[in-house]
Design a binder for this molecule. Structure first.
Ligand SMILES: [Fe+2]
Length: 255
């Protein structure tokens, strides 16, 4: 099994992913544009496109790839996606090669048709492709068809129980900006501070981090809703975790 990460230098800084299973099956998650996908495929045949949700920067490569491969196009039943041929629901299996399998997790909030893709090795969670639900050191916005209360529920129910070792593959590269946000609202978070110092010295158009959930639990303030430092900064010492999350999401909208 091989995962290929493709970064687009567009203003939204999209990531697309290829998963090549041991049996030869090849899946493409969220193609922003087909050119780079085709270069990486190197004449191999694409089995299917999977779109995490129906925002156009996550499916604008669909048409060209579909025209070339006539492949399956997989997304949530509510997602309005060009050439969609397969509807996939919560915990349904997309592919298995006997060792590695890929399943969908229904993760509404950024949009109501959002799915994340969980890759398992021998039934044990190995990697999560998070689309716009969850980013390195942040979570998605809810501007276009989303709902922050639903996103909070998704983060609590779908992310809090994930294993520390799980690798996170987000739909966008927003690491530095998100770390700055964490650092501002959690000034005593030394892990975020150290990570930010490291990131500042790098060209984030060229160097990408594949964080584990363990790292995210240290640097992602949306997973740290009980942090005294955070509660103090936003003056919410008596607030519930949901209230803290909603306040943070609002603050991040203006950041
Ligand atoms: Fe989106």
């Amino acid at each position: 099994m091989k995962i290929t990460q493709i970064f687009y230098k567009n203003t939204l800084r999209n990531f697309c992913y290829l998963i090549n299973f041991n049996d030869g099956a090849l899946y493409c998650i969220d193609p922003f544009r087909s050119t780079e996908v085709q270069e990486h495929l190197n004449n191999k045949k694409l089995t299917a496109i999977i779109n995490t949700h129906d925002h156009c920067d996550h499916f604008s490569g669909n048409a060209d790839l579909y025209e070339h491969f006539h492949c399956l196009v997989i997304a949530h039943p509510k997602a309005d996606i060009p050439h969609k041929s397969v509807n996939i629901g919560h915990r349904e299996v997309i592919h298995s090669d006997g060792h590695w399998s890929l399943i969908a997790l229904y993760t509404p909030g950024h949009t109501m048709s959002h799915i994340c893709l969980l890759l398992l090795k021998e039934e044990i969670p190995y990697a999560l492709f998070t689309g716009d639900c969850f980013f390195n050191a942040g979570v998605g916005n809810c501007h276009n068809g989303g709902n922050p209360e639903v996103l909070f529920q998704t983060i609590v129910e779908s992310f809090e129980n994930l294993p520390d070792e799980l690798l996170i593959y987000p739909g966008h590269e927003y690491l530095k900006r998100n770390l700055e946000f964490t650092k501002y609202y959690e000034p005593e978070n030394s892990d975020a501070e150290l990570f930010l110092q490291k990131v500042k010295e790098l060209n984030l158009d060229e160097v990408f981090f594949i964080n584990t959930m363990k790292t995210e639990r240290l640097i992602n303030t949306f997973l740290r809703l009980d942090s005294p430092s955070l509660k103090k900064t936003i003056q919410a010492s008596e607030a519930t975790t949901k209230e803290v999350f909603l306040k943070l999401r609002e603050l991040r909208n203006k950041w």
